[in-house]
Design a protein around this ligand. Sequence first.
Ligand SMILES: [Mn+2]
Length: 439
Amino acid sequence: MLEKIKSAIERIDQLSKVKSLRVISHFDTDGITSAAIFSRALHRWGKKFSLEVVKGLDENYIANLSEKEVLIFLDLASGSLDHLKKKNTEVFIFDHHEIIQEIPENVFMVNPLLQKGDMVSGAGVSYLFAKTLSVANRDLAGLAIIGMVGDLLEKELSKTYDEILKDAECVVKKGLLLYPSTRPLDRALEYSSNPYIPGVTGSHKGVMELLKDANIERKDGKFKALYELTEEEMRALITAIMLKFAGEDKTRGFIGNLYLVKLFNKLEDAREISALINACSRMGYSDIALGFCLGNKKSKEEAERIYIEYKQHLMYALKYVEESEKILGNNYLIINARNNIKDTIIGTVASIISHSPVYSEGTIIIALAYNEDKIKVSARISGREGRNVREVLNKVVIQLGGEVGGHPNAAGCLISKEHETVFIEELKKVLDVGLMKVQ
Ligand SMILES: [Mn+2]
């Protein structure tokens, strides 16, 4: 892949002398960190460019892009080759998503799936580009780690990441996947939504009891941060938390590596920063998320404020779910939040619940929230195995009208508010029938 990157650099260098560069990146954490790395590298290289962050690409958007510019896509576009083929300009793609169409002549593709290189995220590809340009760009490695964590690629790290971790001077520590691991433990536990710990998340009293069970005490009036715990303390804490989930597969997704990176001269938990960037972008502030990654002081303040607000929304929503009446079937859970949870976070809420070991593997989680005259429906599956939730939604929506989007394990749709009762009744039927069949 490095050879391919080297020739990309040469071609971009030549083209930039006659055309301006337009960089387009994806709006999730990996895309935003890709954009930050790439744009900083271009800037240091002395290149002029414009930058845009988008939710996704469609035919119309691509058709409207100016052909006077060289188009550079980060963390997306591998699936839009047929549309890009029609553009009468040079296109560069630095991505890691699946390539499903033939690569057109005007497209220069850098993608670990194509070059059979190590698997790296979009930010990883951007970082390799930056570092190939100049070793002075090594200071951007921390952003590449945040992008990697954002795309959940940290479970099986490729060799390339050994190098990026070294460049980032990243501290890797095995432990409980609770973030931020850099803040005092009592605060981190109280605000932990992923994992969501029943009786502990959102409850100061619950946190104190848990820490007492784990035999972890204050030192100089303050609790240690998670990353500072000794092995023994870490084990005791994990045991105490696992006891909160009695009767379930207790280790599912709970233990792993903590990644601590230096950002703006402060040691930060990559998961926390990834969540912050994601929150800003989801709330509609991709520009602030990008400014944050680039170290802009004002963006940093605003990003932190947006993140706190987002966490409060989320915390309130999770508490609401815990305390409100739910429709609990044999292998499913339906939450009708109506106006109590914002439609923009109902999907995240469903995801968090599906990751919580409170519900057994294969449980279908379906959450509904009002969106003006419509209802947003999000479906998730707990654990890795289970029914295709997109099909489940489809069976109901086909009768009522609407379109289901997503994947077999995470899907969603919009339905009309007048169908609320019918939808839930029909949904229950489909879910109950599925149970009788051998899956
Ligand atoms: Mn990505």
